[in-house]
Design a protein around this ligand. Structure first.
Ligand code: NAP
Length: 308
């Protein structure tokens, strides 16, 4: 089978850190172009916009959209209209309702739309899901605490409307939770702390319960210095299961069950190739719905101004 000719749109941190190496390591893909207003990559044809690429670039089968969420919908629509398969970085959009028309456009064009949740491809996530399927759950606790200055330097879009603030990383925890917990859960209360000079929260506390009443508490912080925490702890009738390092490690009462450094993005690209081959799309909005719920139900507090 001839390789899928792929273009990246938005050559920023995640495109460089993860997409470029994953594409290079995944058989079946060939990176043929980059569209980015400023950034370029040696040896890869560059275009200033997706429009320029589609108008005058090399033939392309698929587009990975790695721009910030605000404005991604228009790019996805343009790519689908041009008959390209589309991969959306997380979160899939800046609003919930903009995604439905994209799903319909992909179906009408007979193309794949893949709304990615990279954390679901972390190596300990699937084993955690399988173990939890057979257990009685008592309580779930999420701690997602990282330093925005380290992981998102200079990314002003993240504190703009639609940038999600601390939910930009925390939606990864929600993407894991919605995959591994055996029952749906929903928000009962939330507190969101907005820096007085910003439009998105820098910390949050969320209280959910699943449909059997099991409490799920999440503590999110974007100002954590020192050790960084991306942990999910589940108290069960057979002990405590802990997913840590963003889903790379799984422990049972302190005993390590899985500890793998395998990158998430090669698995994510293998999934994209499979979806294209089978003519399918994969769009799950559940993590984004939980974030929208937090913005709807959350009590707002004002935090100290944030300067990056
Ligand atoms: P980033 O470093 O800001 O990169 C995004 C790139 O998109 C920019 O460098 C910019 O390149 C281009 N761009 C196009 N329109 C833009 C606009 N209006 N404002 C700012 N940049 C624009 O962001 P990122 O960290 O790569 O994140 C991109 C997406 O990936 C986000 O949805 C994020 O949630 C997701 N993601 C990020 C990480 C992470 O660790 N950083 C991890 C997983 C997923 P040009 O200036 O060349 O156009």
């Amino acid at each position: 089978m001839s390789p899928i000719r792929l273009a990246i749109v938005g050559l920023g941190k995640i495109a460089r850190d993860q997409h470029l190496p994953a594409i290079a390591a995944t058989p079946g893909f060939e990176l043929v172009a980059i569209a980015s207003r400023n950034a370029t990559q040696e040896g890869v044809p560059h275009f200033h916009s997706l429009e320029d690429l589609l108008a005058g670039g090399p033939p392309v089968d698929a587009i990975s959209l790695c721009t910030p969420p605000q404005g991604r919908r228009a790019l996805a629509e343009m790519a689908l209209r041009a008959g390209k398969h589309v991969l959306l970085e997380k979160p899939p959009g800046a609003t919930v309702s903009e995604i439905g028309p994209l799903v319909a456009a992909a179906a009408a064009a007979g193309r794949t739309l893949f709304a990615t949740w990279h954390s679901r491809f972390a190596p300990a996530v699937e084993p955690a899901r399988a173990l939890l399927a057979g257990r009685t759950l008592r309580a779930v606790r999420v701690e997602w605490k990282e330093d925005v200055r380290v992981w998102h330097p200079g990314q002003d879009w993240i504190f703009e409307p639609g940038g999600l603030g601390v939910f930009d990383p925390a939606i990864n925890a929600l993407s894991i939770l919605t995959h591994i917990l055996p029952r749906p859960f929903f928000l009962s209360a939330a507190t969101l702390a907005f820096p007085e000079n910003r439009q998105a929260p820098i910390a949050a506390e969320l209280d959910f319960a699943d449909t059997a009443g099991v409490p799920v508490r999440a503590e999110l912080d974007f100002l954590q210095t020192g050790p960084q925490t991306w942990d999910i702890h589940v108290e069960t009738d057979e002990g405590r299961l802990s997913l840590s390092l963003g889903g790379a490690r799984l422990t049972q009462d302190g005993t390590v069950l899985v500890d793998e450094k395998e990158a998430e993005y090669p698995a994510l690209y293998r999934r994209f190739a499979g979806l294209i081959e089978r003519g399918e799309s994969d769009v799950d909005l559940t993590p984004l719905l939980h974030v929208a719920d937090a913005f709807m139900l959350g009590r707002r507090t004002v935090a100290a101004p944030f300067f990056g």
